[in-house]
Design a protein around this ligand. Structure first.
Ligand code: FES
Length: 81
């Protein structure tokens, strides 16, 4: 799965750097580095609900520093084969 975290200006201001750092740690913690590829992305066009994450072709809105793990488990781990 390719997980793109928006680093456009709006999402950047809402903490996308911290979200990326959290995702990196979670990928290690859950030992899924062979299944999840983390990328940064330019604006994904959903600035008002950012930080925006795109997991393959599925948008996940409202990610922040504090809910990253919850979202990772619910939206990403559950979709991995
Ligand atoms: S800046 Fe992230 S969706 Fe626009």
């Amino acid at each position: 799965m390719i997980v793109k975290v928006c680093v456009g200006s709006s999402c950047h201001l809402k903490g996308s750097y911290a979200v990326i750092e959290n995702f990196k740690k979670l990928i290690e913690k859950y030992n899924v580095s062979d299944k999840v590829e983390l990328q940064a992305s330019f604006c994904l066009g959903r600035c008002s609900t950012g930080v925006t994450v795109l997991a393959d072709d599925r948008f996940i809105d409202g990610v922040n520093e504090n809910n990253t793990e919850e979202i990772f488990v619910k939206e990403i781990m559950s979709s991995l084969k």
